[in-house]
Design a protein around this ligand. Structure first.
Ligand code: UT7
Length: 319
């Protein structure tokens, strides 16, 4: 048994914050942020808007696109770094909001910016086992709540959003291969400290990042995992119709595309208007390119991501 994507959906908070607005709060400029990252704006959730709200909106759109309803879903995997609460999991909260029947499996995956790639790989294996038929796979974040808005090194980079796919059992792949990796020994270069202790959180729960170390790490491991994916499928960069990368920095994306020999017009980018939405960035970009007609049925699509942990991975699929 294989799995294939039946529909995609996404959700963005209404409020968009442009670089110029941030420049009134911290010492930065639109030029600096755009030149170094490719980002001009990001969406920021309203105070009452939760990860599960963005996940639900994206999931409803994906279900509509797939021509399915909540009753058809028997597996929910939500990738998020910003769950609504410690528990129930955001996946269980989503199950309740969507009305997915009691009895479906539902759990969260935490691999930070690589979370959606991890979640998709997991859901594919569940469906391949024959035990599940229709999975909702979601990446959703209110990452803005992990930011120290007075730290210009991090607050300009991230944003909020949600993306979802419905993955269904199929006779043909679909998902052709997935490749997941982690390097816990590198965990200190990108982290949010803080752990629950007796009803309180220890430490300041904000993103801490060694930007240059993360940049170098990302370029290195993304090249490795893309090569690994091509080799595993016995194809070359020329066989890829679309690269849908994690949207952290345009220079990291361009470096990966160059290594694959892909021209910029075959790379899907959303970071100019959305910033880095962590686990939501890959499904948001995928949905954008499916909805505007760039990604067509039968196209070969390479998804890749790298994030805190450190974690990284890829999925090769036929859409
Ligand atoms: O999902 C993974 C998440 N993280 C990433 O992917 C991050 C990867 N890293 C990056 O994208 C880049 O390293 C950054 C965009 C974070 C930084 O770009 P950079 O070219 O590596 O800049 P830098 O850290 O070397 O900083 C250069 C200068 C510094 O000033 P000094 O020490 O040279 O005087 C920084 O203090 O730029 C300064 N700077 C800023 N200036 C204006 C740092 N942030 C800002 C800012 N505005 N927002």
């Amino acid at each position: 048994m294989y799995s294939r994507i039946l529909g995609t959906g996404s959700a963005l908070p209404q409020r968009q914050v442009r670089n110029a607005e941030l420049a009134t709060q911290v010492e930065t400029s639109d030029e600096w942020v755009f030149e170094r990252t490719g980002i001009r704006a990001r969406h920021v959730a309203a105070p009452e808007e939760m990860t599960s709200d963005l996940a639900a909106q994206a999931s409803r759109a994906a279900l509509r696109a797939a021509g399915l309803c909540a009753d058809d879903i028997d597996l929910i995997v939500v990738a998020t770094t910003t769950p609504d609460m410690v528990f129930p999991s955001t996946a269980c909260i989503l199950q309740r909001k969507l009305g997915v029947p009691e009895g479906a499996a539902a759990f969260d995956v935490q691999a930070v910016c690589s979370g959606f790639v991890y979640a998709l790989a997991i859901a594919d294996k569940f469906i391949a086992s024959g035990q599940h038929r229709h999975a909702l796979v979601v990446g959703a974040e209110v990452f803005s709540r992990l930011l120290d808005w007075s730290d210009r090194r991090t607050c300009v980079l991230f944003g909020d959003g949600g993306g979802a796919v419905v993955l269904g059992a199929a006779a043909e792949p679909g998902i052709r291969s997935s490749h997941l990796h982690a390097a816990g020994g590198q965990g200190d270069i990108l982290r949010v400290q803080g752990a629950p202790t007796s009803g309180h959180l220890a430490d300041a729960v904000f993103v801490e990042m060694d930007g240059q170390a993360v940049f170098r790490f990302a370029v290195r491991v993304l090249e490795q995992v893309c090569k690994e994916t091509l080799q595993a499928n016995n194809i070359s960069g020329a066989d890829i119709d679309w690269l849908v990368p994690h949207q952290a920095n345009i220079r990291i994306i361009q470096a990966t595309a160059r290594k694959l020999g892909l021209p910029p017009e075959r790379v899907v980018t959303t970071l100019e208007d959305q910033g880095n939405t962590s686990a939501a960035s890959v499904p948001l970009a995928l949905d954008a390119a499916v909805r505007d007609g760039r990604i067509q049925r039968g196209h070969t699509v390479l998804l890749e991501a790298v994030g805190g942990g450190m974690t990284w991975g890829s999925v090769l699929l036929t859409y």
